[in-house]
Design a protein around this ligand. Structure first.
Ligand SMILES: O=C(O)CCC(=O)C(=O)O
Length: 299
């Protein structure tokens, strides 16, 4: 054993980006809890943005990855890909190696953090449509308070092109979601049973406390998946390549949703193993923190 080895043995591994976690101040946690959303400026090192871009390119070039087309064939068409973790090693590394899991864990108040899902939303030039207003938790078979999403844009955006949020709505009613097969019709809901219909927010914007921000690459938006949110359209010459990641903590349990439609992302077999109220533990949801030994640097 050399001298360096004896000095470092037993010491904790140095965090990969030591400063990023310091950005999750008590004020950020308070905004996350009360408003359900907060922007954190310059939280991601350009290396992580490069990793996301490489993951996006892999996913787009992989014919086995389903590209969900919103408004197909129309001028405003855009695409979404779900659970890129399963098809892109870059997205896996992002989950384990970047500071995001630590940041979301601190916001949620959970030392343990699990991956739930991730989605690319790809709005390329040509003036993509809005992503309709919705909450995410109606689509997810989960209950509990320790849930968090982070939304990252690879492109600089104005506030009106960014993701928009109804502040405080995460603490209120859970509504039925929009139907992704028919996103242009505000009267079409996802389950069409069991949950109240979402009010037409776009038609009455001034009645709601809507917040959004200008975004520079490296900024992130942390939110509750229960908050009502909708994605701004892009300008004809603009583009917006965004990655949304969802994670959860200790108190999250399996829950059912109306049986008329599958939950998102689809997880066949899950409901045969878990009953409502069981902790959400399954190979579908790998643990990110503490980092499993096989995923650690230097292990
Ligand atoms: O980026 C978008 O337009 C939509 C994002 C979204 O709905 C989400 O992150 O849950």
């Amino acid at each position: 054993m050399d001298k360096t080895e004896s000095k470092t043995r037993g010491k904790k591994a140095t965090p990969l980006v030591p400063d990023a976690l310091n950005l999750i101040t008590p004020e950020v946690i308070e905004a996350f809890r009360t408003l359900g959303v907060v922007r954190v400026r310059q939280a991601l090192h350009p290396q992580w943005l490069l990793l996301i871009e490489m993951g996006l390119n892999r996913v787009l070039g992989d014919s086995a990855v389903v590209k969900h087309r919103f408004f197909p064939g129309e001028q405003g068409e855009f695409q979404e890909t779900v659970r890129n973790f399963d098809s892109a090693v870059e997205i896996q590394r992002m989950m384990y190696d970047s500071p995001l899991a630590d940041m979301l864990g601190r916001c949620m108040g959970s030392k343990k953090v699990w991956y739930y899902s991730d989605e690319f939303f790809i709005k390329n030039a040509g003036g993509a449509e809005r992503t309709p207003w919705h909450q995410d938790t109606p689509y997810f078979p989960v209950a509990g308070s320790q849930l968090a999403s982070v939304w990252i844009s690879l492109d600089r955006l104005r506030a009106d092109e960014c993701l928009e949020f109804v502040a405080g709505s995460h603490l209120k009613t859970m509504y039925d979601g929009f139907d992704p097969r028919n996103p242009g019709d505000p009267s079409a809901s996802y389950y069409e049973q069991g949950l109240p219909k979402l009010p037409d927010i776009q038609a009455n914007r001034s009645a709601f406390p809507i917040v959004s921000w200008d975004i520079e690459p490296g900024d992130i938006i942390i939110s509750s998946p229960s908050i009502i949110h909708g994605g701004g359209p892009t300008r004809v010459d603009g583009r917006r390549r965004a990655l949304a990641i969802r994670m959860f903590g200790d108190d999250v349990v399996f829950a059912t949703r109306p049986p008329s439609m599958p939950t998102v992302p689809m997880t066949p077999g899950l409901s045969l193993h878990l009953k409502p109220g069981d902790p959400l533990r399954s190979p579908w949801y790998p643990r990110l923190r503490p980092v499993p030994k096989r995923e650690r640097y230097g292990a």
